[in-house]
Design a protein. Structure first.
Length: 96
């Protein structure tokens, strides 16, 4: 399925949550914290500025990013794969 976000929206695949603690205790799904890191899968065309010109996004496909904990809306793609659709403003940093 091709997924093309509009405007200043970005599609991010969240990293998997860690399944064990540093001491080796296995965590159930309900106790895992949702990671705030992910990989950009698709980007929109950019935001239209007040002067009518389109401003391109600062992130690009393939970037690893940090985002706020409640950023975006979660969707399922291809049945199982969960992705987040968020605005570029919800992204805090790009990780090298």
């Amino acid at each position: 399925m091709k997924f093309q976000p509009l405007g200043d929206r970005v599609v991010v695949e969240r990293e998997e949550a860690k399944g064990t603690t540093a001491g080796g205790i296995v965590l159930p799904d309900t106790a895992k914290d949702k990671p705030q890191k992910g990989k950009v899968l698709a980007v929109g065309e950019g935001r239209v500025a007040k002067d009518g010109k389109r401003r391109p996004l600062q992130v690009k496909v393939g970037d690893s990013v940090l985002f706020t904990s409640y950023a975006g809306d979660e969707f399922k793609l291809d049945g199982e794969k969960k992705v987040l659709l968020m605005r570029e403003d919800d992204i805090l940093a790009v990780i090298d």
